[in-house]
Design a protein around this ligand. Structure first.
Ligand SMILES: *[C@@H]1O[C@H](CO)[C@@H](O)[C@H](O)[C@H]1NC(C)=O
Ligand SMILES: *[C@@H]1O[C@H](CO)[C@@H](O)[C@H](O)[C@H]1NC(C)=O
Ligand SMILES: *[C@@H]1O[C@H](CO)[C@@H](O)[C@H](O)[C@H]1NC(C)=O
Ligand SMILES: *[C@@H]1O[C@H](CO)[C@@H](O)[C@H](O)[C@H]1NC(C)=O
Ligand SMILES: *[C@@H]1O[C@H](CO)[C@@H](O)[C@H](O)[C@H]1NC(C)=O
Ligand SMILES: *[C@@H]1O[C@H](CO)[C@@H](O)[C@H](O)[C@H]1NC(C)=O
Ligand SMILES: *[C@@H]1O[C@H](CO)[C@@H](O)[C@H](O)[C@H]1NC(C)=O
Ligand SMILES: *[C@@H]1O[C@H](CO)[C@@H](O)[C@H](O)[C@H]1NC(C)=O
Ligand SMILES: *[C@@H]1O[C@H](CO)[C@@H](O)[C@H](O)[C@H]1NC(C)=O
Ligand SMILES: *[C@@H]1O[C@H](CO)[C@@H](O)[C@H](O)[C@H]1NC(C)=O
Ligand SMILES: *[C@@H]1O[C@H](CO)[C@@H](O)[C@H](O)[C@H]1NC(C)=O
Ligand SMILES: *[C@@H]1O[C@H](CO)[C@@H](O)[C@H](O)[C@H]1NC(C)=O
Length: 832
């Protein structure tokens, strides 16, 4: 009885298998000599990770042969066979083995794609195609039963599309000089090779990204055995393991994920950025992307497009221009750029629309200038403009302290900067006089500089003054700033004495001197800082001060002027109505509670200010003393970072700075204390500490209960990793009134920022992107330096052994997405 039953079940199973075979899947993971794949049939890898078959990208109606993740809900294609030759009807198309190749035939039995092997070595009816569980489609001789050891004849890993999977490689073949490219899709609905490609530069042991297979716009920096010099987050990572292989035939990188249960991919995105992502069972999460800023991608917005890092979409047409292809723009393919709405006078042969009027120029301030310019030696803006007008192919000019610059033909890689970014320049775009941008209304921002001689003279006069000021204030940081930003007022000591009522209203004292409230004769509020222990000479002092004066950003306190009389050195800043952050945060005052939304905005604002200091200046400015006392709040509670640039004033001897900052140990990165070189990541550490304080409303360094250390950062990290209630961590005065997702996000960022290894801390720009919601953040690991505090709690020490750590974390996590995060963070510690 039992036997018969068993037998029946067997037959049933075989029948089911046969059914599945003939209607949806072929024999598991293999296409062999006799089989064809067609219609909705697919092949699934042995472990069920990947699936191969026909797919249509997005709303497209075209079919492609592709490989995608079987377990990922949103179909995510990692490889495409017929990238450039889609099929219109999948039911009459066939993927099969033919003459030792895997080929795709369309309805008329014409070959639209093939593995293109020379048949002499593989002309064998026993050749099979196998989809492996790592996503590699392999063509090999399938005659023997013991076939896993057979050398593949062809692999999809050697012919990647836009995705580089773990175990895959991107190689340089020394014998043929051939490079494997990772090439972006043309757009989100067309897998045809796009403009952006990643390749190995074997000489530099580095990866580079090129535009249109030629123009290089990004490099990873050289591999030093552990990490890429310019992208430490790519190599040195808790998450995956990059290895460089170099033998007589080829050189390549390969990578593996420490925890094989994590689904991760590396993609050359249609945005022109390379991205590393992982799947958390709901969505793809970005681990990092390079180049970090979208606008750094070469010609991303195409000809006459303007890229703006602070707006979505990033690309817009310059005024007077329109999208070249509306449908491409909809698909986020901006590479076609923009075309003129109306022709120039010279293009029109002086007839029609312009009524014979000379072309005009539209002023575009705060611009990062386009590529491929030509310098012209003329002495005035008027002459510069006429040089441009004389040549019909001239499309724009700029005139500033660098002289006259002209552009011919297409304007590529023009970037619109936020007002106040120091390195913005002004460019004049040539447009027909009848263009609507000149008739007012449509574009109020642009200012027309007419071709008339009279106005040119006036402009010249103003420019001369501006340039005189600029030349005096030009410095290495923000060297090419636009004019007036460099103008600082040199105050007399007497004036400041009067303004501050003889320094009677003290606002506070900092590492570099006391600060006093004052009022200028025009009743503007100012804050005057009396600097102590200035070691520099007069000339050097003025140099540094004017450098600081050129640094302007909405989240940085503005320096209005200075005073330098003998050893009396003072700095004059804008007065901030709401004082410093510490007074709001740590001094319990129920009536003036900083709401959570405000705190979040403050955290974001500080990050923006610091990101500006670190990344937007030509010389990175390290603040060195980030703490709530140095975050000032204006009338609207917009945060402004104060005291930047002062570390330089007291000299480059940082040990000296350290001694002047006795009171701020709680914010100092470990490398300060160990005497290592200081980088911008020291500020990142201090910033992380301030973020924790925004959440808790008390100082991290405060010891709340005698004998029992409750160090807030480690408490927060613990609750976060265990998936506890983040609102428990919140400042009690907020009565749990906060967005729990935001609290979690801030705590994650904070914890990443205070990692012991500065290479693991995110750059400030990344913190900004995370807080703005443009980038996801994974669960950080608890920094080792916090473990002393953790150990005193009831929990076991999770971080002595990586494998047991990930186990214990997994069992503690109560939802699957945290568990994959935990894996990611504790998989191993970076090797050094
Ligand atoms: C192909 O299928 C035919 C019958 O359908 C069979 O006779 C033949 O042996 C098969 N060949 C291979 C290589 O499987
Ligand atoms: C596959 O296609 C066949 C015939 O075209 C159809 O009967 C079947 O329902 C399809 N299966 C799925 C899962 O769509
Ligand atoms: C994946 O699908 C979910 C729901 O179906 C959707 O919310 C999410 O945006 C999708 N993600 C991507 C990357 O398409
Ligand atoms: C099949 O492919 C061939 C070669 O690419 C092409 O000439 C032909 O038009 C295609 N047939 C169909 C129906 O698409
Ligand atoms: C294929 O073989 C022929 C002759 O053996 C040779 O000339 C040709 O270069 C080979 N092609 C490839 C792609 O290897
Ligand atoms: C390969 O196979 C085809 C047909 O199966 C045959 O015509 C051809 O001669 C073979 N070539 C070689 C080199 O064996
Ligand atoms: C062709 O297949 C036979 C077995 O069917 C095998 O013995 C032989 O080595 C194969 N030849 C090549 C060149 O792969
Ligand atoms: C397959 O071949 C390898 C050597 O190439 C041998 O060690 C292994 O035992 C074989 N496996 C089977 C199942 O025959
Ligand atoms: C890319 O380069 C090719 C020549 O190598 C050129 O024909 C093509 O126009 C270029 N594409 C773009 C978008 O400029
Ligand atoms: C990284 O991968 C390489 C080769 O795949 C391996 O030899 C090495 O042990 C791995 N490193 C770690 C830390 O797992
Ligand atoms: C390099 O190629 C030769 C010939 O194809 C092969 O014999 C050798 O094993 C290869 N070396 C390595 C390290 O793969
Ligand atoms: C411009 O005018 C010249 C002579 O007046 C003529 O030869 C030429 O064809 C015209 N070009 C256009 C684009 O109208």
């Amino acid at each position: 009885m039992i036997l018969t039953n068993h037998y029946c079940t067997m037959i049933l199973l075989v029948l089911i298998c046969l059914c599945i075979r003939s209607f949806s899947s072929l024999a598991a993971d293999i296409i062999s000599g006799n089989q064809t794949l067609s219609g909705n049939q697919t092949v699934v890898s042995s472990g069920g990770n990947f699936e191969l078959g026909f797919f249509t990208p997005g709303a497209s109606s075209k079919y492609y042969i592709g490989i995608w993740y079987k377990k990922v809900r949103n179909q995510t294609v990692v490889w495409v066979a017929n990238r450039e030759t889609p099929i219109l009807d999948r039911n009459s198309a066939e993927l099969k083995i033919s003459d030792g190749n895997l080929v795709l035939l369309n309805v008329s039995q014409a070959m639209v794609w093939s593995t293109d092997l020379n048949s002499t070595s593989s002309n064998n009816s026993s050749v099979v195609a196998v989809l492996r569980d790592d996503g590699n489609l392999v063509l090999r001789d399938g005659s023997g039963s013991n076939s896993t050891s057979v050398q593949p004849l062809w692999e999809s890993f050697d012919n990647p599309a836009d995705t580089w999977l773990p175990g895959g490689r991107l190689a340089y073949d020394k014998r043929t000089g051939k490079k494997q490219l990772l090439t972006s899709w043309k757009n989100t609905e067309d897998p045809a090779p796009g403009l952006f490609s990643l390749e190995l530069d074997p000489n530099g042991k580095q990866y580079i990204i090129r535009w249109n297979r030629s123009q290089q716009y990004w490099t990873s920096g050289a591999w030093d055995g552990h990490t890429f010099s310019l992208v430490p987050e790519m190599g040195l990572n808790h998450f995956y393991n990059f290895t460089y292989v170099d033998n007589e035939n080829e050189s390549y990188f390969t990578y593996s994920v420490y925890n094989p249960s994590i689904t991760s991919r590396f993609v050359m995105d249609v945005s022109g950025q390379i991205k590393q992502l992982f799947w958390d069972n709901t969505d793809w999460n970005l681990i990092w992307s390079q180049p970090r800023q979208q606008c750094e991608v070469y010609a991303y917005c195409g000809a006459f497009g303007s890229c703006n890092q602070n707006s979505l979409p990033f690309c817009n047409c310059l005024p007077g221009f329109k999208h070249k292809s509306e449908s491409d723009w909809v698909l986020k393919d901006y590479s076609g750029g923009c075309v003129r709405e109306m022709k120039l006078k010279c293009e029109n042969n002086g007839t029609s629309t312009s009524n014979g009027r000379e072309d005009k120029f539209l002023m575009q301030p705060y611009t990062s200038l386009p590529l491929h310019s030509e310098a012209v030696a003329v002495g005035s803006i008027g002459e510069c403009e006429s040089s441009c007008l004389r040549n019909c192919s001239c499309t724009a000019y700029a005139y500033d302290e660098n002289g006259c610059t002209l552009w011919n033909g297409e304007l590529l890689k023009l970037q619109q900067l936020a007002q106040g970014y120091g390195n913005g320049r002004t460019i004049y775009i040539r447009l027909p006089a009848s263009s609507s941008v000149f008739s007012g209304g449509k574009n109020n921002k642009g200012v027309v500089i007419g071709a008339s001689f009279g106005s040119a003279v006036a402009v010249l006069a103003i420019l001369a003054i501006v340039m005189a000021v600029m030349w005096r204030c030009r410095r290495k940081c923000v060297g090419s700033s636009n004019g007036l930003e460099g103008s600082l007022v040199a105050f007399g000591y007497k004036d400041l004495q009067n303004a501050t009522k003889n320094f009677s209203d003290k606002l506070g004292g900092g590492g570099f001197g006391s600060i006093f409230r004052g009022t200028l004769p025009d009743s503007t509020g100012i804050a005057v800082k009396k600097l102590e222990s200035i070691s520099q000479g007069e000339k050097q002092f003025r140099t540094e001060v004017s450098t600081i004066g050129t640094i302007q950003h909405v989240n940085l306190v503005r320096l209005r002027g200075f005073c330098s009389e003998g050893n009396k050195k003072l700095l004059v800043y804008d007065y901030m109505e709401n004082g410093s952050l510490d007074s709001h945060l740590f001094q319990a005052n129920e009536s003036k509670v900083l709401e959570w939304k405000t705190r979040y905005e403050i955290g974001l604002g500080i990050a923006r200010g610091l990101s500006y200091l670190h990344e937007k200046c030509r010389d990175c400015i390290i603040h060195c003393d980030i703490k709530p006392e140095n975050i000032l709040l204006d009338a609207e509670f917009c945060p402004k970072v104060a005291d930047f640039g002062l570390a330089k004033l007291v000299g480059r001897d940082f040990s000296r700075v350290l001694t002047t900052m006795r009171g701020t140990r709680g914010y100092l990165a470990p490398e300060w204390i160990s005497g290592l070189a200081i980088t911008a990541k020291a500020d990142v550490y201090s910033y992380g500490m301030v973020l924790f304080e925004l959440v808790s409303g008390r100082r991290n360094s405060e010891i709340s209960e005698v004998g029992k250390v409750k160090y807030f950062p480690s408490l927060a990290a613990r609750v976060m990793v265990d998936g506890g209630d983040m609102l428990d961590l919140l400042d009690p005065v907020l009565h749990s009134n906060a967005d729990v997702e935001e609290v979690l996000k801030i705590c994650k960022v904070a914890c990443w920022c205070i990692q012991d290894d500065e290479n693991v801390r995110p750059p400030m720009g990344q913190a900004v992107q995370i807080l703005e919601g443009l980038m996801d953040v994974s669960m950080p690991s608890i920094p080792r330096s916090l473990q002393v505090f953790v150990e005193s709690q009831e929990h076991i020490n999770l971080f002595t052994d990586s494998s047991s750590a990930s186990q214990s974390l997994q069992t503690k996590s109560n939802n699957s997405s945290t568990s994959s995060h935990s894996n990611f963070k504790t998989a191993t510690s970076p090797t050094d």
